[in-house]
Design a protein around this ligand. Sequence first.
Ligand code: FAD
Length: 559
Amino acid sequence: VDANLPLAQLNDVMEKTVKKPQKGDSVVYWMRLADLRIHDNRALSRASEYATKQDIPLIALFVLSPQDYIAHDRSARRVDFTLRNLVILKESLSKLKIPLHVTSHSPRRNIPSFVLGWCETYGARALFANIEYEVDELRRDIQTCKLAIPKGIQVNLFHNKCVIEPGVLFTKQGKAYAVYSPYQRNWIATLNANLPYYLEECPMPTGNAGSVRSSEKFASLFDSPIPETVEGFELEDGDRRKMCEVHPAGEEVAGKLLDVFLHTKSRSSQLGAVNPLADGSQKANAQTRILNYGKDRDRVDKDTTSRLSVYLSSGVLSVRECVRATMRMQKSKKVDGGRDTGIGRWVQEIAWRDFYTNIVASFPRVSMGRPYLEKFASVVWENHQAPQESGTGRRGQDSDDAEVVKRWKDGKTGVPIVDATMRCINEMGWVHNRVRMITAMYLTKDLMIDWRVGERYFMQKLIDGDLASNNGGWQWSASTGVDPCPYFRIFNPHTQSGKADPTGEFIRHWVPELRPLRGPDLHNPSESAANKLGYPLPMVIHSEARERALRRYGNPGEE
Ligand code: FAD
């Protein structure tokens, strides 16, 4: 890794923390936002091994950081999902006699000293955590290591988010990849050559001795409550109920959902609108979703994809387990997992997740509001004032209250597939990849609104909001990113609509006023049909908007 990158600096400074710590009274596992599981969790597993070897208790800490959530535009839904998972985790860890203490801390710049102070309070000489690759988080960990050195605390950080961690794969010229296909080929080859390392199944923590529960020092940690909410991130009752129903928390749910995807077929009526596990009638089937994924994955009128992003982005499910499960399936069912099969295609999506995480770690500026392709930094947007850029969070003044943006957010653009998508996101906190692309391209190319406005809105609404994948998706659609959609390949939203939703079920579900329409009319209602049904007319004419986008991208800086 380039020595100037925060990830490289972190590696260096971590090495400098004390080599052989004194035994101490305990070991601390610092659980993070994308870490929410017990199974197959590197830092937790290693912390447990260390505690067992030293014969001292393992204790766990989770620090809620409202300032970070504001800086990263975290959705209240994701924060609530975190709290719901923490409740389950606290109970499961308690059964292993490992206490999980959840607390909130501000200002965020003091979190390193707060955590180290906590370690000292409990006599810990070794701290274990999994790495988060966003630049603010890397800087926080660098600071933690620096402060840990004089205190004699050893900091042990692990890669756990990806199958192949950032900073491992390089082009032949030794550069970070900025194009997906060669990255993916190297990814597969490296994975196959090192399966035991990259697909390691980390042992479950063994748990503490019973005496920890009754000890004076640690007992109160077992009883410390988990906050019901984080100030500023409260969910309305109705929304919370909906999120609990549609995206239930817990590792068990995530495991079942993976099974459903691998072993049952898709159902046309569900449209991702309900708890995917609610239908108890699902039976193992030869035509399972994953096997059909190669041909069906872009269909949004059926639940053709796994919906695991909710659990992967929060780390409730191990990405290594996803890949291992596909390998087990290939063996036991004797099915092909080659490049163009459903399994092969799905694993390539997992590689996209690694790719975008590698991008954020290798080119941190993309997560600071900069386009990867600097030549497009001066494209003229309709909302003139772009969000402010800063190294420590990107919440700025943007003019995203403009009527045009408001209609896009509310799903009232007059373009059915875009409106269905936005209403689905607003209600569900999740939507299918294909329509994320369509609506993102519509905002940036048809409406010529700065991609950062859309990126931010998605983060604020999605329950699976992940900086790297969201930024990657937005910069792909806006043609400003690594390996993006070329700027002159502008989606026609009506044609795209017919391909993604051929039965029209997705649109009819989310845009009920259009239910009487069928066929092409549903994808592009005539003026008279729209007026009759009380549906808005489009804000722009696609062919004209396309010309405007081509002009502005072709001559950045000019109107
Ligand atoms: P499946 O099709 O079952 O894929 C399996 C897993 O692979 C996903 O769960 C996800 O972890 C990963 N994956 C699939 N597609 C992509 C992709 N294009 N990029 C990166 N990872 C991928 N994904 C997020 O997890 N969080 C986001 O905030 C996010 N924002 C996005 C914004 C835009 C504008 C776009 C175009 C895409 C975004 N994605 C994001 C990627 C993708 O849309 C979702 O991961 C996918 O829709 C999740 O559905 P699934 O779990 O059923 O995916």
